[in-house]
Design a binder for this molecule. Structure first.
Ligand code: SAM
Length: 207
């Protein structure tokens, strides 16, 4: 049982069932008024994947935690909808079919630095023209202490690094924020980069 299996092994939902605010951006920017194929990378217990499925998206999702996969499936069933969910490791899994939207919150810090360029190339290649990559990642800041539940499998990211992988796409939105978190029961903060990039190729900006 991995660390997240232990957190998810309860009747309730560790991360709750309310979708991340970024889900509403997807709803506005790529409404499901046509067939929209969406992948949730690291779906946890399914709050975002199920939100998208309930709203008419064709949703595929994966997570490393078998318990997370099971709870995603159960949450979808409870909502009378379907998510094609399976167990996979973000470091090993590569896309081989196209999606309109790739979505991930709170997971990309598991990517080691040496895999990032190749993995984002794969994600970009298998995003359809005009499609969206909607991602957030925790970043290091000298004035934000490491979270008390920071895991050995997590890796650090430099502020702004995520955006550099998308310098040839149109950046619809990007921010850096500090937010309060109570995971592990100990109050702490995270610095996070959030972005929505659209596959409309633009000339590369110099670094
Ligand atoms: C902070 S939680 C976020 C869950 C979900 N994205 C959400 O917002 O509710 C991080 C998730 O990443 C998953 N995870 C950790 N390492 C992973 C890996 N190598 N590959 C895929 N998922 C991983 C964990 O099982 C956990 O569900």
């Amino acid at each position: 049982m991995n660390e997240y299996d232990e957190k998810y092994d309860q009747v309730g939902y560790y991360w709750g069932v309310k979708p991340s605010p970024a889900c509403f951006d997807v709803l506005k920017m790529m409404p499901p008024d046509h067939h929209v194929k969406l992948l949730v990378i690291g779906c946890g217990e399914g709050r975002n994947a199920v939100f998208f499925a309930r709203n008419g998206y064709d949703v595929t999702a994966f997570d490393l935690s078998p318990m997370g996969v099971e709870k995603t499936r159960a949450l979808a069933e409870r909502a009378s909808t379907v998510v094609d969910v399976f167990r996979a490791n973000v470091n090993e899994y590569r896309l081989s079919e196209d999606f309109d939207v790739l979505f991930s919150t709170g997971v990309l810090h598991y990517l080691p630095e040496d895999l990032r360029a190749e993995i984002f190339e794969n994600y970009k290649r298998f995003t359809r023209p005009d499609g969206l990559n909607v991602f957030s990642v925790f970043v290091e800041k000298p004035f934000v202490a490491r979270a008390p539940d920071w895991e050995a499998t997590a890796h650090s990211w430099v502020s702004g690094e995520l955006f550099t992988y998308y310098r040839d796409w149109r950046m619809e939105y990007c921010t850096e924020e500090i937010f309060d978190c109570m995971s592990s029961g100990i109050p702490h903060q995270h610095a996070v980069n959030r972005m929505i990039a659209r596959k409309i190729e633009v000339s590369e900006q110099s670094p």
